[in-house]
Design a protein. Structure first.
Length: 132
């Protein structure tokens, strides 16, 4: 099953090592390191609020991958959430993924909103696969 259709891979997963990455960034948009730090904190908090345990020692890796572009005071960003497990020899194996794209005015670009975009994707599927 292709990872985008593999929500069942999330069944029984209790904890994730949650990691935010930014692959493309325009300096006009602001401070990249501040954005990364704040999105990371907001991503972890949002996951916890949805009942997902965040543990840096977990062998289940959850990436929120971001890419930003800006033109004429508009910021477009794509976000991809990927869930990996560790296979033999320490190789990460992609199990599940979802993605989206957003356009906002530069003054409306908030770290919390960026983090929530990633969180919504995984939380909706995780809650569907792990009903309480």
């Amino acid at each position: 099953v292709f990872p985008e259709s593999n929500g069942k891979a999330l069944v029984g997963v209790k904890a994730f090592n949650a990691i935010v990455t930014i692959s493309t960034w325009n300096e006009e948009t602001g401070d990249r390191s501040r954005m990364l730090k704040n999105v990371q904190a907001a991503f972890e908090l949002s996951l916890r609020r949805d009942g997902i345990i965040v543990d840096t020692n977990a062998q289940n890796y959850l990436f929120c991958r971001l890419s930003f572009a800006e033109a004429f005071s508009l910021v477009a960003y794509s976000y991809t959430v990927e869930y990996y497990t560790i296979a033999s020899a320490g190789v990460r194996r992609l199990q599940w993924m979802r993605h989206g794209i957003v356009t906002v005015g530069r003054n409306n670009l908030l770290e919390e909103d960026v983090a929530k975009d990633c969180t919504k994707l995984v939380a909706n599927e995780w809650l569907k696969q792990n009903p309480k």
